[in-house]
Design a binder for this molecule. Sequence first.
Ligand code: EPZ
Length: 426
Amino acid sequence: MGYAPPMEKFVIHGGIPLRGSVRVSGSKNAALPMMAACLIASGPIRLRNVPDLADVRTMAGLLQTLGVVSNVQGGVWSLHAVDDQACRADYELVRQMRASICVLGPLLARRGRGVVSLPGGCQIGHRPIDLHLKGLRALGAEIQIENGYVIASARQLRGAYVHLGGEQGSTVTGTCNVMTAACLAKGTTVIDAAASEPEVVDLGEMLVAMGARIEGLGTSHLVIQGVDELHPVDYAIIPDRIEAATLLIAAIITRGSVTIEQCLPHHMGAILDKLRETGVEVKCHRNAIQVSVTAPLKPCDTRAVPYPGFPTDVQAQWTALMTLTSGRSVVTDKVFPNRFMHVSELLRMGADIRRDGDCALITGVPQLSGAEVMASDLRASAALVLAGLAAQGQTTIHRMYHLDRGYEQLEAKLRCLGADVVRVPE
Ligand code: EPZ
């Protein structure tokens, strides 16, 4: 059966400075690989602070086809792999969400076999998985590609050395896959050029809580001693640093004053550093960030690179902000050089942006004007919401199912800060 998300649009009346405080939900990019890790556990796992997102529900649906019984109450998911016969992740599900590839490592390690559809590309660019396969082959997996599927098998994975760095840096879900599989390999695995994103660290810490032996989390050099089994766990997921950044930019682009609660400033160093460079006042507390705008925004050149650098998942939102500074700036995305679907829609709102390879050359304008625009992918749709909040007049954003993949009730959060935004059927 086809997956047909509801066709809804956002209608935003911009120009209102946001004020007040709002809580951040749990991290989507931590939740997805951690849900997949239930396949490697010898019993049920419980995950707390899981955001209510389309991608989370898609992952639960995929896991169900792989023998996992799950239920959720108030953001607490319990996931139990009760039947370990199935090993195939169908194209129909994988095409909806690339992160489905995160089931491959756990399936291989626990069931000795995984058949996962190649994820294919998406709006933000070519999304290869060669590094995932390189890492799993290093652990001893036999892997073929047939009819658009990865067919992987391994009687017993063995510890190995693997370098996971690619042209654009390391791979986040590739590191998740190889790190998870290595937990049950015989012997020691060293992953060099591993991703060190907080979401990878959170998965690693959950695996350690399940009995895994992993050293180097948070660095690019991981050492994993294989163990015989991973026991059940009850684990709370980190807050979503990308949602927190999106809400901070919403406050700033509307020249408001907002406190973001339940976030971790130490996961957001590069973002906060850039915000200060624009002249915004930023105050950090243990798990809250307060921003307020008192002067015109200064332009600042920004390069999206792997963690701990400025995140590519905030690049589109940041580009929207730079369209309203007092000068010229260059935004570069070294992770996904084509991740600029938001630019053509921002131009329709009066922004002054020129594309040049992996860069957007932006000249600030005094204001944006509301318009009818089209969402194209998760973070581009967030960028259009931010632009609409700042623009004079009404902005209508179509195809908002893209936003629902990664933001939990964003319009409700923005409304509690005073925004005039409603979701209506197309
Ligand atoms: C994760 O995707 C995130 N998704 C993405 O967030 C995020 O943009 C990305 O990491 C980078 O931070 C999840 O965690 C579910 P990569 P992932 O493998 O793992 C190249 C969002 O908006 N590459 O780190 O798929 C790749 O082409 C989403 O929440 C290879 O060449 O990204 C890219 O240029 C979008 N070979 C770079 O590495 C590979 O085998 C980083 O990709 C794998 C990746």
